[in-house]
Design a protein around this ligand. Sequence first.
Ligand SMILES: Nc1ncnc2c1ncn2[C@@H]1O[C@H](COP(=O)(O)OP(=O)(O)OP(=O)(O)O)[C@@H](O)[C@H]1O
Ligand SMILES: [Mg+2]
Length: 355
Amino acid sequence: MASVTFEKTSKLWPGSSQPAVNGLDLEIGDGEFLVLVGPSGCGKSTSLRMLAGLDTVDGGRILIGDRDVTRLEPKERDIAMVFQNYALYPHMTVAENMGFALKLAKTPKPEIDKRVNEAAKLLGLDPYLARKPKALSGGQRQRVAMGRAIVRQPRVFLMDEPLSNLDAKLRVQTRTQIAQLQRRLDTTTVYVTHDQVEAMTMGDRVAVLKDGVLQQCATPRELYAKPINVFVAGFMGSPAMNLFTLPVSDGVIELGGQQIALPRNATGQSKEVVIGIRPEHFVVASSGIEMEVDVVEELGSDAYVYGRTRGPNGELQIVARVDWRNPPAKGSRLQLQAEPKQIHIFAADTGNRLI
Ligand SMILES: Nc1ncnc2c1ncn2[C@@H]1O[C@H](COP(=O)(O)OP(=O)(O)OP(=O)(O)O)[C@@H](O)[C@H]1O
Ligand SMILES: [Mg+2]
C-alpha cells in the first residue's frame, strides 16, 4: 500500500492550446478511496493514465509512496488498472483470465492458484472459475476484471469508469461491492467517473475537475454542504442546485416576489451575486418565493416540481422537492421558503463562494 501524490502535474497534448491537465496538486492517502469526477473531456482519464505510466507527464511530478515514478515504466509502478473495456480473453477460463498477469510474471503455479482462489472467494466468483467469459453475466465479467487486478496485490488500484458497461441496477449493486471490497483490502484506489452519484456514494474524498483544473477535493459531505464555486455547486447533486444571478442592494435580494436578506459579511460591496438553493432545501409555505409548476416528477419516495419563478429580468427556471404524498398539480402556484443557512452565496464575477 502507498499514498499517491500529484505535484503540479500537467499534460499538454500536441496541437492543443489548453493543457488537458493543468498543474494538478493532489495528495491521496494510504488506503484512501479517491474519486476523480468531472464532465467529459475534463482530464480524468489523462490524470489516471499519467499515474499509470500510460501517458507521459509534461510538467510536475507523480509520487507513489515517497518514490518518484514520473519517468518509470508502467510495470515498475506496482499498480493495477481496471478499464471501462475490460476485455477478458474469451478462450481462457475465469481462473486463467484472473491469473494471467501472474503467469506472465513467472509466479509459481501454487502461488497463482492460491491468489486466484482467494480473490474468487472475495468476489463471489468461486462457482465460475472453470467457465469461459461468454457464459457469465455482465456483472460477473466485471468482477473477473476486478479479480484480475486484485490477484496482483498492487500498491494502488486505478479504475476508469469500470461500471459504465453495466445496466443501471447492476451499476448500483456493483458500486456497493467495489466500495466494500476496497474497504476490506484497504488498498489505495483512484477511481474515475463522470457520474456524480457514483462519486458521492463511493469516495472517501472526491476531487472535482473542470477543464483540466482541480476545483475542489473534499469529503462528499463537504462538497455537498460547502461547494467552493458555482461549478461544483451545480455539478454535485441531482436534481442540480438552483442557481440564480441576482442584483443585491443593501444585502437584500429579491426572487419571485420575496425579499431575502443575506448575511452582511457574505455580500460585502457586491452589486450582484449568484445564490444557490438545493431543490431539497425548499419547503412549501403560505408565503415566499412564488413558483408556477410546469412539470411534476414523481419518483416514489420523492417528488420534484419543475417550473418558473420571477427574476429581475424575467422568468427563471426553478426546481423544488415537495412532499411525495401530496404533490401539487401541474399548472398550480406554490410559495417556497428556504432557511437562510441553506442558501449558498457566490460572487457573480468569479463564481467563488463568498463567506
Ligand atoms: N491521445 C490524445 N491525444 C490528443 N488529445 C487527447 C488525447 N487523449 C485525450 N485528449 C484530450 O485531452 C482532454 C482530456 O481528455 P480525457 O480523456 O482525460 O477526458 P476525461 O475527463 O476522461 O473525459 P471522459 O469522461 O469523456 O472520459 C480532452 O480534451 C481530450 O480531447
Ligand atoms: Mg475518460
